[in-house]
Ligand binder design. Sequence first.
Ligand SMILES: Cc1cc2nc3c(=O)[nH]c(=O)nc-3n(C[C@H](O)[C@H](O)[C@H](O)COP(=O)(O)OP(=O)(O)OC[C@H]3O[C@@H](n4cnc5c(N)ncnc54)[C@H](O)[C@@H]3O)c2cc1C
Length: 368
Amino acid sequence: MDRLESAIPIDGLAEKAVADIDTAGAGGAIDADAVIIGAGPAGLFQAFELGLLGIKSHIVDTLKHPGGQCAELYPDKPIYDIPALPVCGAQELVDRLLAQIKPFDPQFHLGEEVVELQVRDDGRFDLATAAGTRFIARTVVIAAGLGSFQPRRLGVEGADAFEDRQIHYRVRSASDFHGQRLVIFGGGDSALDWVIDLTGKATSIVQVHRRPEFRAAPASVARMKELVAERRMSYVEGIAAGIRVADGRLTGVTVKRSDGSMADLEADHVLAFFGLHPKLGPIADWGFELEKKAIKVDTAKFQTSVPGVFAIGDINSYPGKKKLILSGFHEAALAAFAIAEHLNPAKKVHLQYTTTSPIMQKRLGVNA
Ligand SMILES: Cc1cc2nc3c(=O)[nH]c(=O)nc-3n(C[C@H](O)[C@H](O)[C@H](O)COP(=O)(O)OP(=O)(O)OC[C@H]3O[C@@H](n4cnc5c(N)ncnc54)[C@H](O)[C@@H]3O)c2cc1C
């Protein structure tokens, strides 16, 4: 079915038709009315606002969990400026948003970074993730916050050349490390979890952490100390100072201990878990007009310079912009109306109240 000539799944179209259309991919690509890049608070609320208007969305995020900065940077901290919630934990806010969008069943694609966004000749958009998922989208909402969360790198000369071969910032397949000599950097939960999991499976493990205090769960730290006492692994307090290479292969790392002395550690693989930080990444190359690493939008539709591509939340820029969760929510509401108009220019989208609109209540599943 040619999407541009078909009835558009806005007000009144049967849910079944939406499902039929949305899964009909061309050449393996997912055919979508709206793809939201970023599952932070703004991206999640965008799925809600679109859902109220009968538009189904796909949400893509580099992180393996929804919530953006709230979930990744400060999940346990309280937020005091969400309307009508005098205090709300950051993860609690994410959980509440997920509960709110549940009736609209947006499809999540987590652990996937959108690396390509291109306008097609037919006005739709080709998107591709690093994991190989492809979309043909009629509209795109960039809700990418401060950028895509990326692992902090080892930061020593020459390390980039070994990334994903012998230096790893995430574990794709744990069995790759069985029977190998490992040096594992970090003092958080990821580092400790892998140290404990791989002890006994790897040939040797040395854990390196820069200070005596650990961010990991106390039980994991206690277990690691037991393993060191049992001589089943080693521990060095220090930081990476360099890598050692022979015949094009990494053979180990040099670590500067806290007392200033140097240690050469042999390794077949180095795993580093220093946490994640947001980086604008591929978005900077998509040709949008940027201002201080943010995408310029208008304040009526929150549309970028490319019709059909919208930007909401921390990623956008306009006169008076404030990077607050509240701002992202407002922007999502207005962008949703603009998206509905873009999808079906012939149909006027009337403002309806959730309190009184039977169709919105039907979509919410509250008057069935
Ligand atoms: C410590 C701290 C405390 C804060 N306290 C408050 C507060 O009290 N009140 C308040 O209003 N605000 C607060 N903020 C700010 C608030 O968290 C942000 O304004 C909000 O998270 C922005 O939401 P967002 O959805 O726009 O972006 P984000 O939360 O940054 O989410 C963006 C998501 O997009 C993903 N992404 C980016 N690029 C790509 C890509 N190419 N492909 C796939 N995914 C991608 C990222 O991985 C990320 O998950 C605080 C921030 C911090 C750091």
